[in-house]
Each structure stands twice: as C-alpha cells, then as structure tokens.
Design a binder for this molecule. Structure first.
Ligand code: UDP
Length: 421
C-alpha cells in the first residue's frame, strides 16, 4: 500500500520518503508478541515486561539516532504500527510533527489487548494525531478527538490489481507451476510495473502437492495470506476437506498461497506455521490431499510477486479469507476488486468490506468449518450467484477502498496537523 501512496504523494510535489527501521530477532519477537496482543491473542505467550521494554527501547533508540541525520524540525513523520511507536518521543523531541498509524486492533477488549496497549502507552501519550483502520480499534487513551479513521486502500494500477487479460492469467499460472501446461498460444507473461515499465513473470512458486498441477478448467478455491496462525490456513484446509467428503462440486481444488517463508523479516513465526500446515496436509486422507496445493510464492521482485497474486486471485472460483482475527484484510479487498465471490470470517475490517449475502459471504464464527464447507459448496454449485456477489463486491471496493480516497483523507489530516503547529 505504501509503495503506491508514497509515489502518488511525490507525484503531487510532496517530498515524501519511506524509511524502514532495522531490528534484530529479539526485537521482532517482542513486536510479533505485541501484534498478537493488540489482536487480543496470546501468540507465543511470552511476557511483555521490563526486559522486553529494554529490547524495544534500545532498538528504537538506535533507529532514532540513524533518523536524526535525515529528518528536520517541521517535517511530518507518519509512524506505522507497534514496531515504530517507540520512535514517537524521539521525533517529537527533534521538533517533528508525529502521526501514529495503526493497522491492527481487536473487535473487543481482553487481557491481551490491555497488555499490548499498556506496553505502548508511554510512547503514544504525547502524540497529537492518530489514524486507525476502524473506530472500534481506538484504545481509550487515544480517543480524545485526536484519531482519524482511514481504512486501507488498494492501488488499481499496481501489478497486483491492474487489469489482466485471461491469456496472461493462464500463462503466468502455468509458468509459476500452479496450473498444468501447456500455456496458451501466444504466451503472455507480461504485466506493468509500478514505475510504468513492462515486467515479465520469470520466477516460479514452490508448490507442495501429490501429483500434477490443477487443470486450467478446474475451479480453484484460493486463500492468499502470510503464514500466520491468525490467518488459519490449516482451518481452510480442514473446511475444504469437509467439503470434499461429499462429492466435491465440479471437482474443485484448493490452493493455499503465501510468501516464501524466509522472506518476511519481521515475522519470526512464518516458517513454523508453514511447517504445521504441511504436517496437517500430510495427515489428510489421500483423496483429499490430492486436491490441495500448498504454494510459497517468490518475493524477490515485489511487482512480479504482485502479478502472480493477481493471476491467482483472478483465476479463483472462490476466494477465502478465514482469518481468526484480522486488522483489515487487504486480500479481501483485492479479491473483491477482481469481482471474485469471497467467503470470509466476520472479524475485524472484513465486516466493513463485505455485506453478507450482497457483496460476499461472511462466516459468523471463524472456527465453524462446516459453515465454511457449506458456503464453498453453495458458491461452487451456483456460478450465477457467485457472479452476482462478485459484481457487487467490485462496486463496493470502487466506492470505498481505492487509493485516491486514502490520499484525500491523508491530505485532510496533514492540513490539520500543519494547522495545529
Ligand atoms: N501478500 C502477497 N504475497 C503473498 C501473501 C500476501 O503479496 O504471498 C499480500 C496480499 O496480497 C495483501 C497483503 O500481503 O496485499 C496482506 O495484507 P492483509 O491486510 O490481507 O493481511 P496482513 O498480512 O497485513 O495481516
């Protein structure tokens, strides 16, 4: 999202930069734990006490020292998520205007959310402006008229969301190994990079499966997510397995796709979660396992990765997002933009995006695997209904979640912050 928003801001003449903090594994362990806590989840159940605060403070102190050479008094810094909150006091002391933008939160408070917000409070208390993805996520101590609600957005010109004709979808999926060849004639690996130059999908996915890739005609049920327990890839697999206990409608198959597990530097749990999914897959009966493909996608080239996700989402008969918790759920927005029927848990920002039965299907309980199986069966058996939901989904995103809307909301916020200086 930031790649696009920063680019557009620069395009209107604003000297916007995107800086990324650095940290060591101990820091990422603390911030992953904080991430779980703000979602109301226990994560690895490690403490968030004095020792963790030392690790957190030290890392952000080092980053603030590096930043001091780049920023000037009067600049506006928009800090994203718990990882960077600790920069707030340093940047305020250096004379910057500071906004903290939080992408996550929980539908209700519990012991974990309180633990997480308590940890962050000393860094946030003097920050004059906040942005949250939903109003329900605003913690009491930020709720003093200082918070704006700006939902995330997608860039419809990025390689992930740009229009992609069927021959390109087909060629790319054959090339990466998710659909059986041969590719169509003439083959078309092409996409347009964010900088406007032409790109070509060259790398392949790593796919764990029993036999051959899916045929082009096979309807695919798809979930694209990071390998994070809260995305519940394993639950999607089990829900799909229940669907295929009866006769699987139209011989559908399931693709679970996520990033290469070594690629997400601040997610120390990805490799273990992926291994757990593979172990659960191995334990499935032969006939079910045969229909499930586990894919890790190449991430070296962000635009190429986006084009692969684009092709996969466009080819999906149904897109699933069975998160146990979710900040907003951009994968849902992306699939809705592609007019796909989406079946997703009624959690977090997914509830704002999908109106149940109108622009997708909401699962009231994210752990109800039978309900997931039933929803999938219904959509696979009723392409007309799936098409109706998909068309409404596209309109919903066009009305609410395009990048231009975020830009206008950010412009208002920056005016407010500048006026208050
Ligand atoms: N994503 C991706 N490649 C992958 C898996 C995920 O590009 O292999 C993208 C996905 O398309 C979406 C983002 O990562 O744009 C995930 O955002 P979301 O809000 O769904 O969840 P988060 O990962 O932020 O919890």
């Amino acid at each position: 999202m930031l790649r696009s928003l920063v680019g557009y801001a620069r395009g209107v003449g604003m000297d916007a930069r995107w800086l990324v903090i650095e940290g060591r594994p101990a820091f990422f362990r603390v911030t992953k734990r904080l991430h779980h806590a703000l979602h109301g989840a226990l994560g690895d159940a490690s403490p968030l006490g004095a020792a963790e605060r030392v690790v957190y403070d030290q890392t952000l102190h080092e980053n603030a020292r590096a930043l001091a050479a780049i920023v000037r008094p009067g600049d506006v810094a928009i800090l994203h998520d718990p990882q960077t909150a600790g920069l707030g006091p340093h940047l305020l002391a250096a004379g910057l205007s500071v906004v903290w933008r939080c992408h996550i939160g929980s539908d209700g408070a519990n012991e974990e959310t309180e633990r997480g917000w308590r940890f962050l409070e000393p860094y946030l208390c003097d920050i004059p402006a906040f942005v949250f993805s939903r109003s329900a996520y605003i913690p009491p101590y930020c709720d003093h008229g200082k918070s704006a609600v700006i939902p995330p957005s997608i860039d419809i010109f990025s390689s992930k969301n740009q229009p992609m004709a069927e021959p390109a979808v087909h060629t790319i999926l054959v090339h990466v190994g998710l659909v059986e060849g041969p590719p169509p004639e003439p083959a078309d690996h092409g996409f347009t990079r964010l900088d406007g130059t032409p790109g070509r999908v060259q790398r392949r996915a790593d796919v764990i499966r029993m036999g051959r890739a899916s045929a082009w005609e096979t309807p695919l049920v798809v979930q694209v997510s990071r390998w994070d327990e809260l995305k519940d890839m394993q639950g999607v697999m089990e829900g799909f397995a229940r669907l295929s206990n009866g006769a699987t409608p139209a011989d559908a198959e399931l693709v679970l796709a996520g990033p290469n597990v070594k690629a997400v530097a601040d997610d120390p749990e990805g490799a273990r979660v992926f291994d757990d999914v593979v172990t659960a897959w191995r334990a499935l009966p032969h006939g079910t396992r045969n229909r499930i493909h586990l894919a890790t996608l190449p991430t070296e080239d962000v635009d190429e990765n986006g084009a692969i996700v684009n092709a996969l989402q466009r080819h999906a008969a149904v897109v699933v997002q069975k998160s146990l918790r979710e900040g907003f759920g951009l994968t849902v927005t992306e699939a809705m933009w592609k007019a796909r029927p989406v079946v997703a848990s009624a959690v977090g920002g997914i509830q704002d995006q999908i109106e149940d039965g109108v622009s997708g299907v909401l699962l009231p309980s994210p752990t109800d695997l039978d309900a997931l199986g039933r929803a999938l069966r219904e959509l696979l058996e009723n392409p007309a209904e799936a098409g109706r939901l998909g068309a409404a989904a596209h309109e919903r995103v066009r009305e609410r979640y395009l990048g231009v809307m975020s830009l206008l909301r950010y412009a208002e916020l920056l005016e407010r912050v500048s006026a208050a200086r």
